[in-house]
Design a protein around this ligand. Structure first.
Ligand SMILES: [Mn+2]
Length: 351
């Protein structure tokens, strides 16, 4: 369908131009099946900053991705359009980062420090403002029947996207790839912390029926207790269990299939790139050894594409080009762009 979305002549095998859209495709915001919505925000990143530079780096690296995909075919013909980042996001990130840095410097221990309490209040207000902005943008895409693809930023950025998806599709499930459970209650005091995204989804979004987590290998006692007390609403496939299955020669594809089957019919995929082996994302903010190999991640997406589920929303976050953001050292962005392409391919295959 929708080959009409592309102006002719467009040669998918030609080198992409520097000013072309994502994956070198012409941007047709009205007719594209998928809209990539960049959110360059990483104010609450607690360890290594850089995810705010992710979208621009992924955009550059995306122009090197060959459009024909061995797994998902020529889905690019349905149109993938890059939405220019809302200039308010960068301003919010600057304002929030200045204040958040002072709080992160003391590990969130702000008791008895009036100035820091004010900073925290302001950072939380900015987070709420960002969520509202993202919610609005994603809701517009959903209203137009397009697949919203949020590109972070840190893992706080998709909250508004998942909120919009849950409002339009109550009963939706969230498929969550990550090294971390992200179930912390207001990490370092930040209500909208990257480490609290799934806590916020679970406790604030009634429209989300179930969360299925994959790749998890870093979590606290209270996060584990929250999973155990959730009566299956949060179902976690720990990385240790995945690794054990692999080492024991179990059928990984079958394990992925069974895990995906636990999701409701409609699914939002939230993919923190650190769910992958950190060799694939060395500059991400909080890398942890272990994780999915490239081909394992592709297999998960293939099983999702083949399932009866329908992907209604998508985000990729925590891709960071590192402190230098040097094009000579674009490995994180290269992997991020290719993962983004696979995610969109899998999602469109379900629609
Ligand atoms: Mn995360």
């Amino acid at each position: 369908m929708a080959e009409k979305a592309l102006p002719t002549p467009f040669d998918p095998d030609a080198a992409a131009l520097d000013d072309s859209g994502i994956f070198g495709l012409p941007a047709d915001l009205e007719r594209a099946a998928a809209l990539v919505i960049p959110v360059p925000f990483d104010a609450t990143t607690s360890y290594r900053k850089g995810a705010a530079q992710g979208p621009a780096a992924v955009l550059r690296a995306s122009r090197q991705v060959d459009l024909h995909d061995a797994q998902f075919g020529d889905f690019w013909r349905r149109g993938i359009a890059w939405v220019e980042p809302d200039p308010r996001v960068r301003r919010l990130n600057q304002k929030a980062s200045e204040r958040a840095d002072r709080i992160i410097a003391v590990g969130g221990r702000i008791a008895g420090r009036k100035g820091l309490a004010k900073d925290l209040e302001r950072v939380n207000a900015i987070g709420a403002e960002l969520n509202e902005l993202v919610r609005g943008e994603v809701d517009r895409a959903l209203g137009a029947g397009q697949l919203p693809v949020l590109l972070g930023g840190d893992h706080s950025t998709p909250f508004g996207a998942i909120q919009a998806v849950a409002e339009r599709h109550p009963g939706v499930g969230v498929l969550h790839f990550d090294a971390h459970a992200d179930l912390r209650d207001a990490y370092e005091g930040f209500t909208w912390s990257h480490a609290s995204i799934l806590h916020n989804v679970a406790t604030r979004l009634d429209g989300v029926a179930r969360i299925v987590q994959v790749g998890i290998r870093d979590y606290g006692e209270r996060e584990l207790a929250m999973i155990q007390a959730s009566r299956g609403r949060i179902a976690t496939l720990f990385d240790a269990d995945w690794a054990r299955a692999k080492l024991d020669g179990a059928n990984l594809r079958e394990l992925a299939r069974r895990t995906i089957a636990e999701l409701p019919a409609q699914v939002h995929v939230t993919f923190d790139v650190d769910g992958l082996d950190p060799a694939l994302c060395p500059n991400t903010g909080t890398p942890v050894p272990g994780g999915l190999t490239w081909h394992e991640a592709c297999m998960w997406l293939e099983e999702l594409a083949k399932s009866e589920k329908r992907v209604v929303g998508l985000d990729l976050n925590e891709v960071s080009p590192g402190a230098t953001d040097d094009e000579e050292d674009a490995w994180d962005a290269i992997v991020g762009a290719r993962l983004l392409y696979k995610l969109i391919g899998a999602a469109l295959a379900t629609r």
